[in-house]
Design a protein around this ligand. Structure first.
Ligand code: FAD
Length: 402
């Protein structure tokens, strides 16, 4: 065994035995390759099986939590090889798997001397790595516009467990990483983001009104064909309560104003287009949301990329507050870990699906934070169990929804 590259797991590596799901694992060895050559040497060594690959351990499903064997952590394979513009709308970046989204955004800005180019997959956690995002197929608030299956890749270099390197240039959508294979390097498609952006957050004093409005908005097409809908998000009552109570603990919220005190649900719509077309679409959105009781005078209007970041931070806080809650509960009882599901709609409308979830939670005396990407009815339910009994009840209910 290569002792310089492969270390026995002891106390100092304890943080690598868990991820944001709070599942806890165990492993015999851990390695931190800092180049594809080191990675090859490690894979060629007689490693204890199974091998678990790790990016930044921000995953919420336990995918990077080892169950014995070896860990290969990509955080030091974080070199950006090249960033180039190809045209006025496209570019590419050649990066190693351990490059974080923060690092990528910074380097794009530095190399291209502009903020305008992005790699579209955008889970709200910017410390996640490119390898982790590709492996999990992660996406975020802007999936309404950029899609949920396209990983925006030009080329992907994989290393199979037998030491064979494969370069894929025709990448299927959705992409499924073969078992036992790791991502070494990727050429990412960069796109110029829309020039003019704005967002509006509409607040509702009942969840049922907000959900009825969300149903209507699912079919909303702006009259002006120049307007693009970039994001359409729902944040429910419990998620709002969680954000409000965790506000002091969530650093990204420091520049985000407090939500209206009677807000029981938020619908956020982000659009791009020229100023005139944006104004037209905003008026249409105000008409629709007012019909369902949202007061336009308390709505937030956010203009430009700096302003809309506030709403992206708020949405991030919805996940972060759940993670912090579960962390506290896990501390009290280590059998409690994150329990999140994406319930199937089974032919029901967005409104019907969420109302039935809320009803089932009420009937079982359980609590969950609910938020969603409205356009594709992509609903995320995160249970908030008070104790292990609640956790088990939540698990049983969750199983009936998927
Ligand atoms: C506050 C918060 C908000 C989040 N918001 C979102 C969101 O909006 N949307 C979303 O989709 N997710 C979200 N996530 C989850 C998480 O950030 C993403 O799943 C992310 O893609 C994980 O990246 P990572 O580098 O941390 O991967 P890890 O957690 O380290 O690993 C995740 C999976 O990828 C595999 N993996 C990692 N690197 C490689 C590699 N090089 N080769 C092969 N496999 C690899 C691991 O084995 C594991 O199965 C959020 C997490 C947090 C904490």
């Amino acid at each position: 065994m290569n002792k310089k590259l492969i270390h026995p797991v002891d106390e100092k590596y304890i943080s690598f035995l868990s991820d944001e799901s709070k599942q806890e694992g165990f492993a015999d060895t851990i390695s931190f390759p800092s180049s594809p050559e080191e990675l090859l040497q490690i894979i060629a060594s007689p490693l204890p099986a199974p091998i678990t690959f790790q990016g930044a351990n921000t995953g919420v499903e336990g995918g990077s939590v080892p169950q014995g064997g070896s860990i290969i952590n990509f955080s030091r394979m974080n070199h950006i090889r090249e960033i180039q513009k190809l045209s006025d709308t496209e570019g590419y970046a050649i990066v190693e798997a351990g490059v974080t989204l923060d690092q990528l955004a910074q380097e794009i800005r530095r190399s291209l001397k502009t903020d305008d180019y992005i790699w579209p997959p955008s889970p709200t956690e910017s410390s996640a790595t490119v390898g982790g995002v590709i492996a999990t197929g992660a996406y975020g608030m802007t999936s309404c516009y950029y899609g949920t299956k396209n990983l925006y890749l030009r080329e992907l270099t994989l290393l199979h467990s037998n030491g064979h390197t494969e370069v894929l240039s025709d990448i299927p959508e959705p992409f499924q990483l073969p078992a036992g294979t790791c991502i070494v390097k990727a050429t990412l498609k960069l796109l110029k983001r829309p020039a003019n952006i704005c967002g509006a957050a509409f607040f509702f004093d009942t969840e049922s009104n907000a959900l009825a409005c969300a149903d209507k908005l699912q079919n909303y097409v702006p009259d002006n064909k120049d307007v693009l809908i970039i994001s359409m998000e729902y944040i429910g009552n419990t998620a709002i309560k969680m954000i409000n109570t965790s506000r002091e603990l969530i650093s990204v919220l420091k520049d985000v104003p407090a939500l209206p005190s009677d807000a029981k649900a938020v619908i956020y719509v982000e659009i791009a287009g020229n100023e005139e077309s944006q104004d037209e679409a905003l008026m249409e959105l105000i008409d629709i949301t007012s019909e369902y009781g949202s007061d336009p005078d308390v709505a937030w209007a956010l203009t430009g990329y700096t302003e809309i970041r506030k709403m992206h931070s708020l949405r991030h806080a919805a996940t972060e507050s759940v993670i912090q809650f579960i962390e506290r509960k896990h501390h009290e009882d280590n059998r409690i870990i994150r329990l999140g599901v994406k319930p199937l709609s089974r032919g029901r409308s967005f409104q019907e699906t969420i109302l039935s979830i809320i009803q089932a939670l009420e009937d079982a005396n359980l609590c969950a934070s609910i938020y969603a990407h409205i356009k594709n009815s992509d609903i995320q339910v995160n249970f908030l169990p008070e104790n292990f009994e609640d956790y088990q009840k939540s698990k049983n209910i969750a199983n009936t929804w998927i």
